[in-house]
Design a protein around this ligand. Structure first.
Ligand code: HEC
Ligand code: HEC
Ligand code: HEC
Ligand code: HEC
Ligand code: HEC
Length: 213
């Protein structure tokens, strides 16, 4: 539906309306045109939320990773609309996106939901000056060179047409709809073919040594 909203529908609907008073042929033609426009949009696989980008193809059945505290991305990023980059601050300036320090959590959770068992566990880690031992969900082999910075620069910072609240859709290219998840799972393949196809579609580098050092 979101793709359809970006089609110049008005013109076609108007044409179809006129056609009903004129000949059936006009209606038929405008429908064919509408279908062709829709098909062109789908085959070019243009993302409605991230302008100037061709989203990568490929899926992966989610891997569930046990965490010391189940961190609900849905409550924070979707319900409370906290931007991904508020917590994953380093994504725009370094190789890693980083996991936020507990002090950032406590800015809210020293007063919010303090009666909840998960928040009590979090507070315990905080008081013992120990970060929760978060387990990695996404991991590429050590011989692969990956950097968040270049990707965030290209698809977020330099992408003037992107709305700030849609930054999560850029992350979703490689991580799926994290903002809907009750616990972060890996749902994109992150294989060589996945990376290469997206580089081809978006004028990214194709030299082996860019991704392998
Ligand atoms: C309130 C802070 C907060 C916000 C906002 C937040 N995250 Fe997270 N994120 C975390 C914490 C804590 C973890 C570690 C726990 C886990 O992996 O489930 C994490 C883990 C992740 C992981 C898995 C990391 C790995 O090990 O591979 C990804 C990917 C991720 N976040 C992406 C996002 C995206 C995309 C958004 C926006 C839709 C977002 N995060 C918003 C705190 C946050
Ligand atoms: C900007 C404020 C804010 C920050 C920062 C924040 N949270 Fe939250 N968190 C919330 C709100 C709001 C809720 C929903 C509370 C409710 O339902 O009563 C919530 C809920 C939770 C819950 C679910 C509690 C439950 O069982 O219902 C967990 C777990 C949690 N947060 C962990 C974290 C962790 C870990 C961090 C740091 C990485 C963090 N939060 C950072 C605002 C925040
Ligand atoms: C082009 C693909 C791509 C995009 C876009 C992307 N990531 Fe990642 N992300 C990865 C890969 C690959 C890894 C695993 C890196 C590794 O193993 O060293 C990763 C790892 C992570 C991690 C784990 C900690 C770390 O830094 O290694 C977090 C958190 C994360 N990403 C958050 C985000 C957020 C938030 C966004 C959007 C602002 C985002 N990512 C955009 C590919 C991407
Ligand atoms: C959403 C599409 C997309 C995906 C998926 C993607 N990339 Fe990229 N990547 C790009 C684009 C576009 C650039 C060029 C950015 C620029 O230079 O403006 C780039 C740049 C890079 C660079 C920087 C090269 C340099 O010039 O230093 C590396 C390294 C890289 N990608 C590795 C990866 C790896 C590894 C993966 C898979 C885990 C991956 N990328 C997945 C689109 C993507
Ligand atoms: C856009 C990034 C990217 C480019 C460009 C790239 N690779 Fe890779 N390559 C990867 C990733 C990511 C993996 C890890 C795959 C996985 O974990 O499934 C990988 C894995 C490999 C492996 C190990 C495969 C295996 O089955 O164990 C070899 C060998 C390799 N690449 C060679 C190359 C060569 C040769 C080139 C140039 C023709 C190249 N790569 C270009 C991202 C890239």
């Amino acid at each position: 539906m979101s793709v359809l909203q970006h089609l110049p529908l008005g013109r076609f609907i108007e044409a179809a309306g006129r056609g009903s008073r004129k000949t059936g042929r006009t209606v038929q033609m405008s429908f064919i045109l509408l279908l062709m426009a829709a098909m062109a949009m789908f085959s070019a696989n243009v993302s409605a939320e991230v302008p100037n980008a061709v989203p990568p193809e490929g899926t992966h059945s989610g891997i569930h990773v046990e965490q010391p505290i189940e961190f609900p991305h849905d409550i924070h990023a979707d319900v409370n609309k906290i931007n991904c980059m508020y917590c994953h601050t380093y994504a725009r300036r370094s190789k890693v996106a980083g996991i936020p320090p507990t002090s950032k959590c406590m800015g809210c959770h020293s007063i919010i939901a303090t009666d909840k068992p998960r928040i009590q566990k979090l507070t315990e880690y905080w008081e013992n000056k120990q970060p929760p031992p978060w387990n990695k969900v996404h991991d590429v082999p050590d011989y692969v060179h990956f950097t968040h910075e270049k990707h965030i620069k290209r698809f977020v910072i330099d992408n003037e047409d992107l709305q700030v609240e849609n930054v999560s859709e850029v992350c979703a290219f490689c991580h799926g709809e994290i903002k809907k998840m009750t616990v972060a799972n890996k749902v994109k393949p992150l294989t060589m073919g996945f990376c290469q196809r997206c580089h081809q579609a978006n004028d990214g580098p194709s030299d082996c040594w860019k991704c392998h050092k």
